[in-house]
Design a protein around this ligand. Sequence first.
Ligand SMILES: *[C@@H]1O[C@H](CO)[C@@H](O)[C@H](O)[C@H]1NC(C)=O
Ligand SMILES: *[C@@H]1O[C@H](CO)[C@@H](O)[C@H](O)[C@H]1NC(C)=O
Ligand SMILES: *[C@@H]1O[C@H](CO)[C@@H](O)[C@H](O)[C@H]1NC(C)=O
Ligand SMILES: *[C@@H]1O[C@H](CO)[C@@H](O)[C@H](O)[C@H]1NC(C)=O
Length: 640
Amino acid sequence: MKFLSLVIIATLGLATMASGQQEPNQKPIFGKPEKKRPNILFIFTDDQDYRMDSLSYMPNVQKYLVEQGTTYTNHYATVSVCCPSRVSLLRGQYAHNTNITHVMEPYGGYDRFNRLKLGESYLPIWLQEAGYSTNYIGKLMNGVAVHNWQNAPKGWNYQDQLLDPYTYVYNTPVFSKDGEPPVFYENAYQTDIIHGKAKAALKRLNNTEEPFFLWVSPMAPHGQFQIHSENPVNITTEPPISAKRHEKFFEDVKVPRTPNFNPDVQGKTASYFNDMPKLTDEQVDFLDHTYRRRLRALQAVDEMVGTLFEQLEEQGQLDNTYVFYSADNGYHLGHHRALAGKTTNMEEDINVPLIIRGPGIPKGAVSDLVSTHESLAPTFLALAKGEDKLPSWVDGGVMPITPALQNHPLQASTETFSVEFWSDNIAWENDENLFVPGVNTYKTLRVIGPTYDYSYAVWCTGEHELFNLKSDPYQTQNIYNQATDRFINRLDALLLVLKSCKAGSCRNPWKVLHDNAEVQSLPEALSKDQDDFYATLPKVKYDHCTGYYDYENEAPHFGDVAEANTTVQHATVINNPSKQPERVIPPQDIVDLFNLLPVPESTGHTMVDDDFESLAKPVPEQLMQTVVDWSRYGFYSYGS
Ligand SMILES: *[C@@H]1O[C@H](CO)[C@@H](O)[C@H](O)[C@H]1NC(C)=O
Ligand SMILES: *[C@@H]1O[C@H](CO)[C@@H](O)[C@H](O)[C@H]1NC(C)=O
Ligand SMILES: *[C@@H]1O[C@H](CO)[C@@H](O)[C@H](O)[C@H]1NC(C)=O
Ligand SMILES: *[C@@H]1O[C@H](CO)[C@@H](O)[C@H](O)[C@H]1NC(C)=O
C-alpha cells in the first residue's frame, strides 16, 4: 500500500513566490485591530529518511502537508546524529560553534549542553521574549534522564520530556512534565501517549492570549534499545517497534533499490567505505525487514498528524498556523554497502524531510530551496516577527519561504553549507558488531545552484571525495581525481571558510573571500581572473584524526590565511588508528534497575483514549535516585 511518491513538479523560483498572497499580521491598518501573530506547530521525528521514500507511506502527511503545503527537497542536517543536530537546530548554530559533537559524554548529551550553558539562550527563550507561549512534547536530546529531571530545560511554558534510559523503548513511555517527578504509562505505546499529549496541548492553547509554538517530537522511527537480562547480559539495538495495530503493514515492501544500494562496485571509497564488502543476501533481507519496521512505526506518527490537523481545524486555528514537519537526521539502509545507521556524509543521512504548510506557503508545491536546520530557528522567529530577539552569533538565517520573508536582511545562504562530523569509530545499528573500526571525521561542502550540485569532502585521513549530484545523484562515482585543480581550489576555499564560520560568514561565505562582492556564486568564482587568488589559499586539512573538535588540529582557519600562505600546502597527514570502544557489560544491579519498569513486547492495539493520563504511574524512587551513566554500557550512546 504505497501512496503517491513525491514528484518534483517545478523549481520554485523566488520570483514566482512573490505573489500577492495575504499573510497574517499585516501592518495594522488604522482603526482595525491587529491580527494575532501566527501559531507554529513543529512535528519532528527521529532518524526519518527523506531519500528512502518514507513520507509516501504516511497518508495524513500527504493529505495535510504535501498536498496543502510545500515540500523542500534540499533541506539538510549539517551533523547527522541526534544530539548534535538537535542542539544545532535549537541554537541556530553549526556543531563547530556549539561543540556538541556527539550523543554522549564527554562531547555531547544534555548535561554537557547545560555545562556549556547552551540552554541559557536558545529557540524557546527567544520565542518567549517575542511573546509566544512555548510548548514541547517528546524527545529533546540524549541525556534528559530519570536522574536529572529536576533540571528541566529552560524556556518552555509547558514541557513533557521523554526520559532516558527509556527514551528508546517504545512500550515503556516515561515522561517528566514541567520538571515534575517522572511517570510511566503502563501498557501504552510511546507515540500514542505523545499523540494524546499533543492533542490536549492544542486544546489548552486554544484559549491562550498569546500565539503558540508547539514542538512535538516522537522518537519514532528510531531503533529500539534494550537490556536483555538473560545470560549473558547485553544491550542490543533492534529495528523500531510499531504499535500492535500496525505490525502487519507493508509486508512486501523493500528498501528502494537505488543505484547506490549495495552496489557491485563501491563508488564511495573514503575511510571505512574502502573495506566494506558487498552485503550478503541475509543482511539485505534484514535491512528490508528494518525498513518495514520503520514504516510501521511511522504509522502512529501519521495518525497523530491527522489528529493535530483536525484539532487545529476544529479550533478555527488552521489558517493562522504554520505547520513544519522535519526530522533530526536522515538514515541509510544498505547504501554504499553500509548497514543500518546515520552519521556518514552520504545524502541519505544528511538530506532530511521538510514540509511546511501555512499562510503564504504555496500549496502542493515542491521547492528546491537550499536550507539547513540552523535556519529553522531564525525562520520561526521571523514568522513570529521576533527576529530582533535572535543573538548576533546565530549562524543560520531566514529562509525565503513566504513573500514577506524574501530578501530578509538575515537571509540564509541558498547555495552553500557544510556538513561535519568527528568520531573515531562508526556504528552500524542492529548488528552484532555495533562499532566498526573506522574514523568518521570529515567535513563536507555542499554547493547547489540552478545548474550545479556538488558534494566535496575532506576526511581527516587526507582522503577527498567529489560527487557531481546533477549527473550522479546517487553518489556512485568519486570524481575527485578527474577534477581540475582550479575547480577544487574554489570548493576547498568555500569549505575553508565554512568549516570555522560564525554568524554572517556562514550565511555568506563569498563575502569573506571577496569583500568587494564581485563574486557571489560558484560560477562567478570560476572566472579565470580569480585563478591566482584561489591558488594561493591554503587547503583544508587535519593534522591527525580525532574523535572531537580540536581547533588547532584543523588549522589553518580562514583568519590565519596570510600566515598559512607561507608554509602550508598539503601537510603530511598522520592517521591515528580508529578506536573501537570497549563494551562494558552492565552489572546485575544496573540490569535490575532498568527492569524496575516493565518492557512489554507490544502495546498499542488501539489508540489511547482521552483519559490516557490516568495510565500514569510514578517511576520507582530507586531509579530517580541512582545516577547511572547509561552510555557507559553502550546504551543509547551510538547512533542515536
Ligand atoms: C545479546 O542478546 C540477544 C538477545 O537475547 C542475543 O540474540 C545476542 O546473541 C546476545 N549477544 C551477546 C554478545 O551475547
Ligand atoms: C477555540 O477558540 C475560539 C476563539 O476563542 C472559539 O471560537 C472556539 O470555540 C474554540 N474552540 C474550541 C474547540 O475550544
Ligand atoms: C570542544 O570540546 C572538547 C571537549 O571538552 C575540547 O577538548 C575542545 O577543545 C573543544 N573544541 C573547541 C574548538 O573549543
Ligand atoms: C600569498 O603569498 C603570495 C606570494 O607571497 C602573495 O602574493 C599573496 O597575496 C598571498 N595570499 C594571501 C591570501 O595572503
